[in-house]
Design a binder for this molecule. Sequence first.
Ligand SMILES: NC(=O)c1ccc[n+]([C@@H]2O[C@H](COP(=O)([O-])OP(=O)(O)OC[C@H]3O[C@@H](n4cnc5c(N)ncnc54)[C@H](O)[C@@H]3O)[C@@H](O)[C@H]2O)c1
Length: 343
Amino acid sequence: MNSKDLRTVRVGVVGCGYWGPKLIRNLQGLPGSELYMVADLRADRLEHIQGLYPGVAVTTSYAELLDSSVEAIALATPVGSHYAMAREALLHDKHVLIEKPLTTNSQDAEELIRLAEQRRRVLMVGHTFEYNPAVDYVREFIAKGELGHVFYINSTRVNLGIFQKDINVIWDLAPHDISMLIYALGQRPTQVSARGAAYVQPHIEDVAWVTLGFPNGVMADIHVSWLDPCKIRRTTVVGSKKMLVYDDVEATEKIRVYDKGVDAPPYSDTLEQFRLSYRYGDITTPAISGQEPLEIECRHYLDCVRTGHTPRSDGRVGWQVVRVLEEAQQSLKNGGEVRLLSW
Ligand SMILES: NC(=O)c1ccc[n+]([C@@H]2O[C@H](COP(=O)([O-])OP(=O)(O)OC[C@H]3O[C@@H](n4cnc5c(N)ncnc54)[C@H](O)[C@@H]3O)[C@@H](O)[C@H]2O)c1
């Protein structure tokens, strides 16, 4: 459809701390989107937004935004407020995009899913990596069998990060990796274990290792930390035919495919005959679209509002990630015990 034919959706953004302004920038610039009102408890943040976008109404009252003619909202408030604020919005018949993670527990997520269905509203979670062209490439590469059988995945997301006060590093950073893995593999994990430690703030883990087991035998290890000297956003996928590294910090060459591997001989009668053969082939860097994932996510949200289609990262996907986070949290508490997940 031509962009000038798009029905205009009137949008409101709630929360303009770190992430909200990025949603605001995208939503105010998209065809068929009218950024109408922004809400935050902090007057200084609202002043900042009005300085950037003078035409936008601002309010410190969420109730005022809910009573306005805004049709769709985007919630970028702290995780602990997601459930209550999204519930209010759905009860006011607003469509809702909620930042990750959807909620702090799976019961709340289920309740939001039920409510959105009842009110026939869009419920979407901001799993940004599901809208990342590089992740789409990895997903297709795996689906086409280019890597062979996927053996294992390692995902590292560390830097000297923003310490959160209400959630630990697993709830803050691992939603990205968990949603990306579920999306790229097309599978949900059935085993979860986690270990971590709280070094800076008491009882709030700032470094953690989460291991996921998938039904097809894939093991995925996720390392998240707010306490690391280097910013690393790197996912390695090791397959039987090829290996792939996705480095999100790289500006242009985000993905490298390594035609490397190890083959065992088909048969060997003696130890001397048993020789693994190593393959060292080309390293290729596919061209990946540089489109901003958040822009793709915002466009998708508005399309779903217009058409009533179910978003790629709908409430159910948000719930799945919250279920994995809950089990990881439980495992962390129990010293890394393996928790089973049935779906
Ligand atoms: N998708 C991503 O890559 C990504 C990245 C960072 C953060 N996030 C998510 O975005 C959300 C917000 O994170 P942040 O880092 O921007 O937090 P933040 O603390 O920087 O900002 C939150 C803002 O919400 C406001 N707020 C709190 N309660 C409110 C209320 N009742 N009404 C109106 N405003 C209220 C606060 O005043 C603050 O300005 C979190 O869910 C976080 O996980 C997503």
